[in-house]
Design a protein around this ligand. Structure first.
Ligand code: NAP
Length: 295
């Protein structure tokens, strides 16, 4: 695929997308491009005011619904209100926060970035399955390469590092996206699971979560190194809309270190492709969220 741009997005008239974390950064840009191309977009926000302001800035057919991925009750309420969707973009995220927990007591980054999206996907799956050419796109990061799942201390109760917890959550995104692909294929589902990452893109992510030196380096990095969000959102837009995309693929930028550029097929780190680790994470995620998810 040569230099995929937003101009390659096919007409999405008649298709409904759920984009999590759509009031800011990559989610907002994704919602904008989808709406520009005729889609109906259910933009999720955890703050109604931020959601309304974001939606007001967009063209086309968009609506805002409240979703806090750090609270499984909010995830259930949101999912119960969605009766039609073709594509789910698991985009929302937090990065390198100080140690915090979700409403159910999970470490915040794993709880928001992975467990919240695991629960959301499980609950929305019956609706998505009934959609047309359904897709589930999960947004990871190059930092998944630095991640591992610490099954002995999953919630970082014994030792917490903002960096390790973020990397673990983005590693979990890749394990989940690939395991979902395997399970969808085994079940003969019409839905596909695709992964994307945006390289290094200037958004609120680098400054809203980290404190101290991490926050300062995020601000400097955004000014000096990061790509613009219009470019950064292309990978997930490609994963969500390009007709040639297959389940189990991973899209990221084609520049050096996959930090910037146009979408291309990229490879996950080998450890994130291990089916045993993925199965174990799936089972733990079912137990923690109290949801059984069998596509
Ligand atoms: P962003 O501008 O900070 O946007 C993050 C979005 O997630 C916001 O809408 C935020 O809502 C929402 N969010 C945070 N916690 C949430 C929760 N508990 N429930 C529901 N929504 C929540 O950051 P971004 O860069 O666009 O991030 C989007 C995704 O890209 C994330 O998954 C991130 O890990 C991934 N990513 C980004 C980069 C990058 O360089 N920017 C690199 C690799 C991966 P609020 O506005 O209310 O906080």
């Amino acid at each position: 695929m040569s230099k995929w741009t937003a101009a390659h997005i096919p007409d999405q008239t008649g298709r409904t997308f759920v984009v999590t974390g759509a009031n800011s950064g990559l989610g907002l840009e994704t919602a904008r491009r989808l709406a520009e191309h005729g889609a109906h977009v259910i933009m999720t926000a955890r703050d109604p005011e931020k959601g309304r302001a974001a939606a007001a800035s967009l063209p086309g057919s968009v609506e805002v619904r409240i979703l806090d991925l750090a609270d499984l009750e909010s995830v259930s309420r949101f999912a119960a209100g969605v009766d039609h969707a073709d594509v789910l973009v698991n985009n929302a995220g937090v990065m390198m926060t100080p140690k915090r927990t979700t409403a159910q007591g999970f470490e915040l980054q794993l709880g928001t970035n992975h467990l919240g999206h695991f629960a959301l996907t499980a609950l929305l799956y019956p609706v998505l399955r009934a959609g047309s050419a359904p897709r589930i796109v999960t947004v990871s990061s190059t930092l998944h390469r630095r991640g591992r799942i610490d099954f002995d201390d999953l919630q970082a109760a014994r030792s917490y590092s903002p960096f390790a917890a973020y990397s673990q959550s983005k590693f979990a995104n890749v394990l989940f996206g690939l395991e979902l692909d395997r399970r969808l294929r085994a079940a003969g589902s019409p839905a596909i699971s695709v992964l994307a990452h945006p390289g290094y893109t200037a958004t609120n992510l680098q400054t809203s979560g980290p404190t101290g030196l991490l926050n300062l380096s995020g601000r400097i990095g955004n000014l000096l190194m990061a790509q613009h969000v219009t470019k950064g959102a292309l990978d997930q837009l490609c994963a969500a809309t390009a007709p040639a995309v297959q389940g189990g693929e991973f899209y990221g930028p084609d520049g050096r270190g996959e930090n910037r550029g146009h979408p291309k097929l990229v490879k996950p780190v080998a450890s994130a492709t291990d089916p045993d680790t993925a199965r174990r994470l799936w089972e733990v995620s079912e137990k923690l969220t109290g949801l059984s998810f069998a596509p």
